[in-house]
Design a protein around this ligand. Structure first.
Ligand code: DGL
Length: 262
């Protein structure tokens, strides 16, 4: 059981930001990553469509022997994690916008959140906001169009920058001091965001927290891989391997990146 891989999926390349955090913390674990780029963006889909896509991705990861699945997508987590936990017999780790730490650390009492429509309209997001941020003002902003641009590798394009300027404006006018990145694609925009934001505004991304939670869940379930050799790394995309490869250029270790029709 313990040498079985950790499965990770996202609607595309964004979840590689989570994979990197997991691999940095758990380098001896074998990992399999699915980039469902053919079906991106998930953010505009209905809850039922998102659940169906999560079932497809989970079944594929299980057919490859995964012992645990990380849903490296806020939209998929907020819409489908309860379904997955209720219907499969393995542990699932999800990612949700980090409203709680932002609310706790905010001095202005105003926090911005940039996420997809699917995440912002989910009942899990509404509940988390109510439970952890009822005392502060949350300025919600849908990042419409950002995921397709990132999926196309257009991180530094003028169109991306213009969209960010437009989306940051209402948050900055409301004097937010934290901006929560509620989509795993968005950490790749941090260099551009830093150029556009005043220095006092903190950007919150919770990739490292997801990695720590993955470690805890592995330990609680006695599923850790005690091997002392670097884990085997497999990436699969159902779209363009070149784009996925470009998001993994900073990964030195030997990795397999393949096209798979799923
Ligand atoms: N990475 C996904 C997320 O965290 C992107 C959503 C999408 O495909 O629209 O929400």
């Amino acid at each position: 059981m313990n040498t079985q891989p950790i499965g990770i999926f996202d609607s595309g390349v964004g979840g590689t930001s989570i994979w990197k955090a997991i691999h940095a913390l758990l380098p001896f674990e074998n990992t399999i990553y699915l980039a469902d780029s053919k079906n991106a963006p998930y953010g505009q889909k209905t809850k039922e469509e998102i659940i169906d896509l999560c079932i497809k991705n989970t079944d594929l990861l299980l057919s490859k022997g995964c012992k645990l699945v990380v849903v490296a997508c806020n939209t998929a987590t907020t819409n489908a994690i309860s379904y997955l936990r209720n219907n499969y017999d393995i542990p699932f780790i999800g990612i949700e916008p980090a409203i709680k730490p932002a609310a706790l650390n905010s001095g202005s009492g105003r926090v911005g959140i940039l996420a997809t429509k699917g995440t912002l309209s989910s009942s899990l997001f509404l509940k988390t906001s109510k439970d952890h941020a009822s005392e502060i003002t949350i300025v919600e902003q849908e990042g419409l169009g950002l995921v397709p641009l990132i999926e196309a590798g257009e991180i530094n394009a003028d169109e991306t920058r213009q969209l960010l300027i437009k989306y940051l404006e209402p948050m900055l006018s409301a004097n937010v001091d934290h901006i929560v990145l509620g989509c795993t694609h968005y950490p790749y925009l941090i260099p551009v965001l830093r150029e556009l934001l005043p220095p006092g505004v903190k950007v919150i991304d919770c990739g490292a927290a997801v990695a720590r939670q993955t470690k805890v869940v592995l330990e609680d379930n006695q599923m850790q891989n005690f091997s002392k050799t670097p884990g085997k790394i497999e990436f699969y995309t159902n779209k363009d391997t070149r784009i996925l490869t470009s998001f993994l250029e900073d990964v030195d270790q030997l990795k397999q990146i393949e096209y798979l029709n799923f």
